[in-house]
Design a protein. Structure first.
Length: 345
């Protein structure tokens, strides 16, 4: 029996060592699980998007984009961040549209002027005096006609989310007061790169001069052009009263402003995120349109106070003078589409 004691002791020690070893191996499993859990809880890489437009940061385009940004970032719990670049920081409107096609710009708010170069039928909305008032424009653009126009952007690598607005356009110049169509004859006015706008002004005897908006103030300052045409918020936020004496309330064109997203960016979004973007575009639309109305009313008063001579005109005279433009473009846009827009309640 004395000879068995050392063996028994050795067996006990070996058993204890085995238990320790097994316990040690067991603790490695929770450690491995903990590491996997840490990886799983790590938030995915944030998607940072660039949004651009051509207006100063106090214009409704930008204020609307801030509202849009707020909604998207909140609803996606910070998974998407939108950086806003106003005032042509990412390029003029045509360059912004091209940027969406190649994925260098993600989100853009732009007037329809340059978009017609990519989707020709979009320029139907630029026919002079096509829309009776804001309510008429909203009925058309927020309905099936507007949806179809936005749908056509997809073939060009762009997804149209909603129609925001720039407002009704009016003429400014530094030569003379414009009261009737004949007063426009001979003036050199900057227009967008938009064949419908240019055709309408040619009918009125104007020398239309297409130019990137970023160049307009300097061109007015040095006399390269006599005037320009834009909605009141654009005229005010760009300090046109410093280089233009006369403002005529022609309201010759209602200017929609689609908010769009690059198809390349759109395809990166989940189904849920796409719905959030659509919702944000609609909320932003209502907010932005409200700002346009508010600013138009307030800023017109301020422009008068700053010394601009503001002239109300008989719009029916200008409407009659530009009727030939409809005949010029009816084949391109379709007589039926034009009639459908005009007759929308």
């Amino acid at each position: 029996m004395r000879n068995l004691k050392p063996k028994l002791t050795a067996l006990v020690v070996a058993g204890l060592l085995l238990a320790v070893t097994v316990t040690g191996c067991g603790s490695s499993t929770p450690t491995s699980s903990s590491t996997s859990a840490d990886k799983a809880s790590t938030p995915p890489t944030k998607l940072v998007l660039k949004a651009g437009d051509s207006t100063p940061d106090n214009h409704p385009y930008n204020l609307g984009l801030k509202k849009f940004k707020e909604t998207v970032e909140k609803e996606t719990n910070g998974a998407i961040e939108i950086q806003i670049f106003p005032n042509n920081a990412l390029g003029a409107e045509r360059e912004l549209v091209e940027g969406m096609q190649i994925g260098s710009v993600d989100i853009v708010v732009s007037s329809t002027g340059p978009i017609g170069g990519f989707v020709p039928q979009m320029n139907v909305v630029d026919l002079p005096f096509l829309f009776r008032d804001n309510a008429h424009a909203y009925s058309v653009l927020d309905g099936p006609i507007g949806a179809d126009l936005l749908k056509q952007l997809e073939a060009k690598g762009i997804v149209g989310l909603a129609f925001w607005e720039n407002g009704f356009r009016n003429v400014t110049n530094d030569k003379r007061e414009i009261k009737v169509p004949a007063d426009l004859k001979g003036l050199k006015l900057r227009t967008m790169e938009n064949k419908v706008h240019m055709a309408a002004f040619k009918v009125l005897g104007v020398d239309p001069t297409p130019m990137a908006f970023s160049e307009v103030f300097t061109a007015l300052q040095n006399g390269t052009i006599d005037g320009q045409e834009n909605p009141i918020p654009v005229i005010y936020t760009n300090h046109m009263e410093e280089v233009q004496k006369y403002l005529s309330m022609t309201g010759h064109v209602y200017s929609p402003a689609p908010i769009m997203i690059s198809k390349m960016t759109w395809d990166k979004l989940t189904a849920e995120q796409k719905e959030i973007f659509k919702k944000a575009a609609i909320e932003g639309r209502e907010y932005e349109r409200g700002l346009i109305k508010k600013q138009t009313d307030e800023q017109l008063v301020q422009l008068k106070a700053k010394g601009m001579i503001v002239t109300e005109v008989d719009k029916s005279l200008f409407q009659k003078a530009t009727e030939p433009v409809y005949k010029q473009f009816e084949d391109e846009f379709g007589k039926d589409l034009i009639a459908k827009i005009i007759n929308t309640k």
